[in-house]
Ligand binder design. Structure first.
Ligand SMILES: Cc1cc2nc3c(=O)[nH]c(=O)nc-3n(C[C@H](O)[C@H](O)[C@H](O)COP(=O)(O)O)c2cc1C
Length: 333
């Protein structure tokens, strides 16, 4: 089972942190589909320290999401420590995670995100400084290295462990790879063997069977799912069930997908406001519709929607259409 510090997850399936995606509305929805642990989108340490309103809004956590891991990013010790202290004292997060994987230049040029991967000593210093000042367990999410020539995953994970970090999540790609190529699970296995703290494997888990294969092949304590859960919280539910019972549940039908997308929309509206939520929901709605035959027209229509009513009627009309077509086909058949 997955246990981080004193926090015990009810299963090994973890929702990955995803910026612009993993706010409370999405996390709670995924949690209801059975995730053992949900991770929040990364939050800027400087935004927290300067008490930026939008940043502080990102720290909102619904009690029902717990256990939850809240990720901060930064490149400087002082602000990282201050931000961690703030999260420790002022949020109901269970775990404080430090981002050492973000590959985007805006982040790495501030010595944050994946830039850390080049220097295990810095990792040790920074993680120690955070661990010493907070009560919640501290974890690190990292990529396997900066580029092919600088893969220090083992040294980096060991530095986290020595510094008092309570778990490591490892994405089996380098910074330079961004999201290209195939995630390297061998390095995940090597890291698992090199440390005594829990290791969560990440990268290219697209199906419940992939999750089982990752657990079997690498021996990790948890499996983290990112892109496969976009518009698809069923991926989490199906994975939990598959790992528990070996049973592979079917995919949801159009009506189920649309009903959950509307629940997600309503939660986003409650969290932000209708205008922002509907815009933000456009990408999610397109993901929810993925795989439903005949979705091209409605996908285009989504981008024109500005209100809840417009979006909901577009989606429910589409579900009605799909059901009518299915009934017709059934009768003909
Ligand atoms: C849209 C998007 C946003 C992401 N944001 C974050 C983030 O805020 N923090 C982080 O550590 N990783 C972030 N990631 C990386 C994911 O957590 C994960 O490591 C990566 O997608 C690989 O897992 P997957 O193959 O299951 O998607 C992001 C990925 C995506 C696609």
């Amino acid at each position: 089972m997955l246990k981080i510090g004193d926090i015990e997850m009810k299963n090994q399936v973890v929702l990955a942190p995803m910026a612009g995606i993993c706010n409370s509305a999405f996390r709670l929805t995924v949690k209801e589909f059975g995730a053992g642990l949900v991770c929040a989108e990364m939050v800027s340490d400087k935004g927290i320290v300067s008490q930026n309103d939008r940043t502080l809004d990102m720290l909102y956590i619904d009690e029902r999401e717990k256990p939850l891991s809240l990720q901060i990013f930064g490149g400087e010790r002082e602000t990282l420590v201050q931000a961690a202290q703030y999260v420790d004292k002022n949020t109901n997060a269970d775990i404080i995670d430090i981002n050492m994987g973000c590959p985007v230049p805006k982040i790495t040029k501030c010595d944050a995100g994946a830039k850390w991967l080049l220097d295990p000593n810095k990792i040790y210093e920074m993680v120690s400084a955070v661990v010493d000042t907070v009560e919640k367990p501290v974890t690190v999410k990292m990529r396997m290295g900066w580029d092919e020539d600088h893969i220090f995953a083992i040294e980096n994970a060991q530095a986290v462990e020595r510094a008092g970090g309570k778990a490591v999540a490892l994405h089996g790609r380098t910074r330079v790879q961004m999201y290209e190529g195939i995630a390297n699970w061998d390095i995940i296995r090597d890291v698992k063997q090199a440390v005594n703290i829990p290791v969560i494997g990440n990268g290219d888990v697209q199906t419940p069977q992939d999750a089982k294969r990752m657990l079997d092949e690498t021996g990790v304590d948890g499996v983290m799912i990112g892109r496969a859960a976009l518009g698809n919280p069923w991926m989490i539910y199906r994975t939990v069930k598959y790992l528990e019972t070996g049973e592979l549940m079917g995919e949801p039908n159009a009506r189920e997908k649309i009903d959950v997308s509307i629940l997600h929309l309503d939660r986003l509206i409650a969290l932000k406001n209708e205008h922002i939520a509907v815009r933000e929901m456009r990408k999610h709605a397109a993901w929810y519709l993925k795989g439903i035959r005949g979705n091209a027209i409605v996908r285009n229509g989504i981008n024109e929607c500005n209100t809840r009513d417009e979006l909901v009627s577009l989606l429910t009309n589409f579900a009605d259409e799909v059901e009518a077509k299915e009934q017709e086909a059934h009768q003909v058949g």
